[in-house]
Design a protein. Structure first.
Length: 523
């Protein structure tokens, strides 16, 4: 089995489980839109839920994984005892740091809310509610951080399915709690905050049980024999780089707090649709790629790594064309079908639709950045992604200042899409400069033909979608059936066009596509 085929089969395992999680997440968002709409109370919950989620990118995902996984691979090569001591030491440091942080935030939540949303005054009902919800949801950060360590240990043993299953728990609890609120006509949504905390506890317990089964017990304690200084240095650089990315989220939240009530909810729902394919494909691929890249670097298998990276980026390119064209042309049907229920009004749907159109144009860049960032950190090169991240934040900030006065929340979406492309292009430039990736002579016409196939897909779907009034007039069942037919049509047209214009590549493309979706898993 080649490195790329082995990689793609592992990615397909995660993709299948992530697909279940994303479908449940989509069901959750549909229920939220119907039960709560873009209400002030729901926005207060989103603010409180956003804070630990934003910080988890620093302490649990992203930055932590990029620093922890390569060093964990090195420790595992030295033996089980060395690996165990390293994991236990990191767990102990996490408990100390995040335990203190949780106590501070739960003691004075208004400090965090005031900094993150300065546009919401203390007399705003959302402020008081957000503070109450934050004291319940913030301990999730510590639980997710500890779960992140255990997930990395399982991934090191090529066990990707259990960590990929864990988000399903949270989505199920969200769905049940929202359904409970709707069924009993409750005015408070505090139960949603408790669902967040409960999901974190269950998720950690499940991961710990599997770690004990595969690797033995891990007790958080500091081993003096472990030299954590290297990890702290790499983690510090990675955290700084990830914090640069989170500054984008932080700045967007600040800008949104000055917009009319409801803007945060509308952008949230558009963002959730974008992250549906992101989670299934880009996040799954990047999760496997970081571990695989790190192992190849530790073995000095640089030629194999370069070949694998080229294949991954090529596959992502074709996937991103299909997804971008589909999301852009089907933005209206998706928004109406998913959210035009209950308290969600037609004007709210139109606003989500406009945001989704813009965000979809940045999807290829967002997907590529996931893999390219993993590549940089696998090589131990943390400086360049940090600098590029800082520049992308500056671009995002300038565009927000220019566009928000004229386009409000649509301006936020435009700034995010443009800054994502800026970050992607710079990372790709330096990756090619270091000869980590390369494009052969036939790659350029291949990419051009992929774009032609995307153009054919766009033309047909644009003609089939119809006008806005038609979608609002359809029943819920008719909208779902019509949307599914449009999605299937767009995918078939894209693949059939490729089969005509590049038949010599079609067989390979089809095989990779079906492996990724799990249909050839185990062949």
């Amino acid at each position: 089995m080649t490195n790329f085929s082995g990689f793609i089969q592992k990615a397909s395992q995660i993709s299948g489980l992530t697909l279940i999680s994303r479908i449940l997440g989509l069901v959750r968002d549909i229920i939220w839109a119907s039960v709560f709409g873009p209400s002030m109370q729901f926005e207060a919950f989103l603010i409180a839920f956003k804070i630990p989620n934003m910080m988890r990118r620093l302490f649990a995902e992203g930055a932590f994984s990029q620093a922890f996984v390569p060093i964990l691979s090195q420790q595992a090569a030295k033996g089980h005892e060395s690996e165990t001591h390293f994991v236990e030491t990191v767990l102990a440091l996490m408990v100390i740091v995040l335990g203190c942080l949780t106590v501070i935030v739960c003691w004075q939540p208004q400090w965090i809310i005031s900094v993150l949303t300065p546009g919401i005054g203390i007399d705003d009902p959302r402020f008081v509610q957000a503070c109450d919800y934050l004291t319940i949801t913030f301990p999730l950060l510590g639980l997710i951080a500890l779960s992140g360590v255990l997930s990395a240990v399982l991934n090191q043993r090529d066990c990707y399915s259990i960590p990929a299953c864990s988000p399903i728990i949270m989505n199920l609890l969200f769905i049940c709690s929202a359904a409970w609120i709707s069924y009993h006509s409750l005015q408070s949504i505090t139960i949603m905050a408790w669902a967040v905390l409960s999901a974190g506890i269950i998720q950690y317990a499940v991961l710990y049980a599997y770690c004990v089964r595969l690797s033995g017990w891990y007790v958080p304690r500091i081993h003096m024999s472990v030299n954590v200084s290297h990890f702290v240095r790499v983690y510090g650089a990675a955290m700084f780089g990830a914090s640069i990315a989170q500054i984008n989220v932080f700045m967007d939240t600040i800008f949104m707090s000055y917009l009319p009530p409801g803007s945060l909810s509308l952008l949230y729902f558009a963002d959730r649709i974008i992250y549906f394919p992101m989670g299934i494909f880009a996040v799954s691929i990047s999760t496997v790629s970081l571990t695989r890249f790190s192992k190849m670097v530790s073995r000095s298998a640089f030629d194999s790594l370069k070949s694998t990276t080229n294949s991954i980026l090529g596959l992502l390119f074709l996937l991103s064309i299909v997804l971008t064209v589909g999301l852009y042309t089907l933005a209206l049907p998706l928004s109406v079908t998913f959210f035009y229920h209950g308290k969600f009004q037609p004007a709210d749907v139109i606003n989500v639709f406009r945001c989704l159109e813009v965000l979809s144009l940045g999807l290829p860049a967002m997907m590529a950045v996931k893999v390219l960032t993993s590549l940089f950190y696998a090589y131990g090169q943390t400086r360049i992604p940090v600098i590029i991240g800082m520049l992308s934040v500056l671009v995002n900030l300038c565009l927000n200042c220019l566009l928000i006065p004229h386009y409000q929340h649509i301006g936020l979406a435009i700034a995010l899409a443009v800054s994502s492309w800026f970050q992607c292009c710079l990372q790709l430039f330096f990756a090619r400069k270091f000869d980590w990736v390369s494009f052969s002579n036939h790659a350029y016409p291949y990419c051009l033909l992929g774009l032609i196939a995307g153009l054919v897909e766009y033309t047909l779907l644009k003609w089939l979608v119809g006008d806005t009034e038609l979608w609002f007039s359809l029943s819920s069942g008719s909208r779902v059936v019509t949307l599914l037919c449009l999605v299937a049509t767009g995918l078939m047209v894209f693949l059939m066009t490729l089969s005509v214009i590049i038949p010599f590549k079609y067989q390979s493309l089809s095989r990779h596509w079906f492996i990724l979706t799990g249909e050839l898993e185990g062949h």
